[in-house]
Write a protein that binds this ligand. Structure first.
Ligand code: LCS
Length: 401
């Protein structure tokens, strides 16, 4: 495994975690890791079964506790995110909740970025509150605000960068240093950047979570999530919150994600190339007030993006001059791009966060964090860029003309 960490990203995505030697006496190893679509495992003796219960490393017992297909995926994820160990989960929210439940104890306190995926915001703002765990939301683009919000009982620093949907960036190295100095567990949702766009663990962050529903699986076929971090944390998550609360990934979804991951670096490069061209086109369009893309020099934190990101991703956010009406008009007229939530798909997906992904966030908080009514989010797909631009152009023109 150690040597796999020195390989290139494409090689890691294809080979890491996969068997090179046969586990049976027969020769011929399946080139694709097989799918173990079973809930339980049979033992031949009581002693063998008891041993598997005593020592978890010694064998598979029950798929909620572990499954060979899931474990190949987890080994690949750990290598790609440069973490010691990884855990696959049933969804991105399964990863977020499992990571938080593992890092927190009764009555603790969280400092979190104010602009987060809406369900994560709800977990922190509502669900955990019910158990006496408070969260202070700050604009973590200003790291001084993180430091100021830390209390004696703070246990976790929770971040997203780039954020959903505003593509704000947080200085991860500086944030990780603050967390370390105060003994906090730092957690980042790396869904938008992927391990190809930024490597938070190498920048000092403790735990990475993902919605693998997005770029990591890549084809829009699964709901899945992941946690990557130190072995001690991942083991606690696996043997505690994941197993007992039950957000385990199904073998089939683990298998689909595993194969999606093999093309992640290739896909991500193309997502980034397409997004860069489309962002530049949109920025010059008269119907658009502003465009936000970390790779554009006009992004307020472009310098930080260049410093901490290896690639700028496939997400673009823009504000239409005509507000909500113009936003609805745009999405109604698209012919190639799809009006859909989610992101990281091979297809270009466009959504209107105020009425969809962030509709559960109270209007005044939406306004405060910048999720305005004219905001449109584009997840740039892998189609030919000229075709995406032509579709956007005709949809925008029919409104302005
Ligand atoms: N984290 C981020 C940054 C997300 O964007 C999402 C879902 C999740 C976690 C949750 O992942 P899930 O449980 O759905 O796998 N984001 C969505 C979005 O922007 N549109 O639809 C879903």
């Amino acid at each position: 495994m150690t040597s796999q960490r020195n390989l290139g990203k494409n090689t890691q995505a294809i080979h890491a975690g996969e068997a090179r030697t046969s586990t049976t006496e027969k020769s011929g190893i399946p080139l694709l890791p097989p799918i173990y679509q079973n809930s339980t495992f049979r033992f031949t003796t009581a002693a063998e079964c008891a041993e598997a219960f005593r020592d978890e490393e010694s064998g598979y017992v029950y798929t909620r506790w572990g499954n060979p297909t899931q474990e190949v995926l987890e080994k690949k994820l750990a290598v790609l995110e440069a973490g010691e160990d990884a855990l696959a989960t049933a969804s991105g929210m399964g990863a977020v909740s499992t990571a938080l439940l593992t890092a927190l104890a009764e009555g603790g306190h969280v400092v979190a970025m104010e602009n987060l995926y809406s369900a994560t915001f709800q977990i922190l703002n509502e669900e955990l509150q019910r158990f006496g765990i408070e969260t202070t939301f700050v604009d973590a683009t200003d790291t001084a605000q993180i430091e100021r919000a830390i209390r004696d009982d703070t246990k976790v620093l929770y971040l997203e960068s780039p954020t959903n949907p505003l593509l704000k960036l947080i200085d991860l190295r500086a944030s990780a240093e603050i967390a370390k100095a105060h003994g906090l567990t730092s957690i980042i949702d790396n869904t938008f950047a992927t391990p190809c766009g930024q490597q938070p663990i190498a920048l000092g962050i403790d735990v990475v979570v993902h919605s693998m529903t997005k770029y990591l699986s890549g084809t829009g076929a699964v709901i899945a999530g992941a946690i990557i971090g130190e072995k001690e944390f991942v083991t606690r998550a696996k043997e505690g919150a994941l197993r007992n609360f039950g957000a385990v990934i199904s073998p089939f979804n683990a298998w689909l994600t595993l194969h999606g991951l093999t093309t992640l670096p290739l896909r991500f490069t193309r997502h980034c190339e397409n997004a860069a061209r489309i962002a530049a086109f949109l920025e010059t369009h008269p119907a658009i007030a502003w465009v936000r893309y970390p790779g554009l020099p006009s992004h307020p934190q472009h310098e930080l993006a260049e410093h901490q990101m290896e690639a700028f991703g496939g997400m673009i956010t823009l504000e239409l001059k005509g507000g909500r009406t113009a936003g609805e008009h745009l999405v109604d007229r698209l012919q190639l791009c799809s009006l859909a939530v989610s992101l990281g798909d091979v297809r270009t997906l466009i959504c209107h966060p105020a009425s969809t992904t962030h509709s559960h966030v109270p209007a005044e908080i939406r306004q405060q964090i910048g999720v305005t009514d004219g905001l449109v989010r584009i997840s740039v797909g892998l189609e030919d860029t000229d075709d995406i631009i032509a579709d956007l152009e005709q949809a925008l023109q029919s409104h302005t003309s």
